[in-house]
Design a binder for this molecule. Structure first.
Ligand code: ATP
Ligand code: MG
Ligand code: ZN
Length: 502
């Protein structure tokens, strides 16, 4: 026998076999038992969660020789024919290919006749949001005065595109996404039936990638089984599903840290080969960098909305950098976001942005040479949860920082690492890193309303940069005059942000 896709092979044939849609199922079953049969139903929700499946089971439950019953028997000729899709009284219409008003007129003619054999003449209209306005209008008449023995079942992923006049006349069932745990269990049971061993971790990755859709999870499982046969491991899954974005970004960040220009260009070549959109790639890389900053700053990991395996990669990567290194990289990337967005040659823009970011280690090497010793250690990260504070602020500064972090995560993490004091109405943040100070200044318009919200209408935001020592300042000015450093600045648009004396 030829291979049958798991999603088809395991399409539930009874309500009891569906997962995750208990509310809809119970409502439908109760109504059948109470003989309250509606003439129009609408099932909505994202792809692959049971809309078509439940409509078909309902059609069987209504028409079953032993029905209408809360479950179809799946044995009588009617149940069997509906399952096979050959019952003359149960028609499935794909609105995506059936949009003309003429077809709806034809539908009206058909509804005039009594069912050929079954109890109800049932029309399952899939992808209903694709119907034209004219089709909806024709249908509306049918739904307003339903011919006896006719039942309509609409399925759609986009309920907002269904006209309100229709919505108010159908019984609506909003099907929900399937939870991770439900998906894992379903996948586990199907593997068992298929005689396939799969470890829980493997199933969890597949389920997670399914993003709430049973069909998507099952097609991924198909791919994994095709690759690994009867014994599925997490490692197989990782290979088949391709290295995750997170792994790719971790690699890019590591290369930026190492200043390995050639390898960065190679990685971007791979991305181009696999058809990636560079604008999206850059956005996602920024998101990844933000997550690194949050983790390095000790933020609550729930804020990251990352999966456990991604979180592990994020933690590992953030350990390779000091907080201020991450700040600088993030800042550089952020500065190029606009450029990349507007660029005509997006790949080129991304390449240049990453090479710029990757030049930092080189700059540090210059510093090192000038200070005549090994590279100075970047300051230890200060946990965002407990930012250093000076004098007694009127309100907990963390509430301000939380609010800013919600609106602007990167800016929030900068503030969390600055020291803060309040002096009358003046709220002053002192940065040791002028990059961070600049970024916060740029975001002033967004932050000031929050400052006023937390500290009152008269509150004023001050931003200042304080060098660690006078000596650092002196050394910095000598660095600014240094020809090597200036050459870097000229070529790369960088600037000397800090220098440290050993
Ligand atoms: N709630 C569910 N319980 C069990 N299996 C399900 C469920 N939903 C979907 N499936 C699986 O996914 C397959 C596709 O489901 P179905 O056609 O009902 O999805 P749908 O919601 O209509 O999606 P689409 O919007 O893409 O049409 C089924 O054959 C079945 O294997
Ligand atoms: Mg469907
Ligand atoms: Zn039956």
């Amino acid at each position: 026998m030829s291979y049958q896709a798991l999603a088809r092979k395991y399409r539930p044939q009874s309500f009891a076999d569906t997962i995750g849609q208990e509310t809809a199922v119970r409502t439908l079953q109760n109504a059948i038992e109470d003989h309250r049969i509606h003439h129009a139903y609408l099932f909505s929700g994202v792809r692959g969660i049971g809309k078509t499946t439940i409509a078909r089971i309902l059609a069987k439950a209504l028409n079953c020789v032993r029905g209408p019953a809360a479950e179809p028997c799946n044995e009588c000729v009617i149940c069997r024919e509906i399952t096979e899709g050959i019952d003359m009284d149960v028609r499935e219409i794909d609105a995506a290919t059936y949009t003309g008003v003429d077809n709806v007129r034809e539908l009206r003619d058909v509804t005039q006749f009594q069912p050929a054999r079954d109890r109800y003449r049932i029309f399952i209209i899939d992808e209903a949001h694709m119907l034209s306005v004219a089709s909806w209008n024709a249908l509306l008449k049918l739904i307003e005065e339903p011919p006896p023995h006719v039942v309509f079942m609409f399925a759609t992923t986009e309920m907002q595109k269904v006209p309100a006049t229709i919505l108010s006349r159908v019984q609506k069932h909003l099907l929900r996404k399937i939870t991770l745990e439900e998906l894992i269990q379903r996948l586990g049971r199907i593997c068992e039936t298929e005689g396939i061993t799969a470890d829980r971790e493997a199933l969890e990755i597949v389920a997670r990638r399914g993003e709430g859709s049973v069909r998507d999870a099952l097609s991924l499982l198909d791919q994994v089984i095709a690759f690994s046969g009867r014994n599925v491991t997490a490692a197989d899954v990782a290979i088949v599903l391709g290295l995750s974005d997170t792994t790719f970004f971790a690699r890019l960040l590591a290369l930026i840290g190492e200043g390995d220009h050639a390898a960065i260009l190679e990685a971007l070549q791979e991305a181009a080969d696999s058809g990636r959109d560079f604008k999206m790639l850059f956005r996602d890389l920024l998101g990844f960098t933000r997550n690194l900053l949050l983790v390095a700053g000790g933020a609550n990991e729930a804020m990251l909305s990352a999966s456990p395996e991604d979180l592990e990669v994020i933690r590992e990567t953030s350990k390779q950098f000091s907080y201020s290194e991450l700040l600088r990289i993030a800042n550089l990337l952020l500065r190029d976001d606009e450029t990349v967005n507007r660029a005509e040659h997006q790949r080129l823009a991304v390449e240049i942005a990453l090479l710029k970011a990757a030049t930092f280690p080189r700059l540090r090497a210059v510093e090192e040479a000038l200070s005549g010793g090994a590279a100075p250690e970047a300051p230890k990260p200060k946990p965002a949860a407990a930012p250093p504070r000076s004098s007694k602020p009127a309100t907990e500064p963390s509430s301000l920082i939380d609010k800013v972090t919600k609106a602007r995560p990167l800016i929030g993490s900068y503030l969390a690492n600055a020291s803060m004091r309040s002096d009358g109405n003046k709220i002053t943040f002192t940065f040791t890193d002028s990059f961070a100070a600049d970024a916060v200044r740029d975001a002033r318009a967004a932050i000031e309303p929050i400052v006023r919200e937390v500290y009152g209408d008269a509150a004023q935001l001050e931003i200042e940069v304080q060098q660690d020592q006078k000596a650092a300042k002196e050394q910095q000015s000598s660095l600014r005059d240094d020809p090597v450093v200036n050459a870097f600045r000229k070529h790369l648009g960088g600037e000397v942000v800090e220098s440290r004396k050993r």
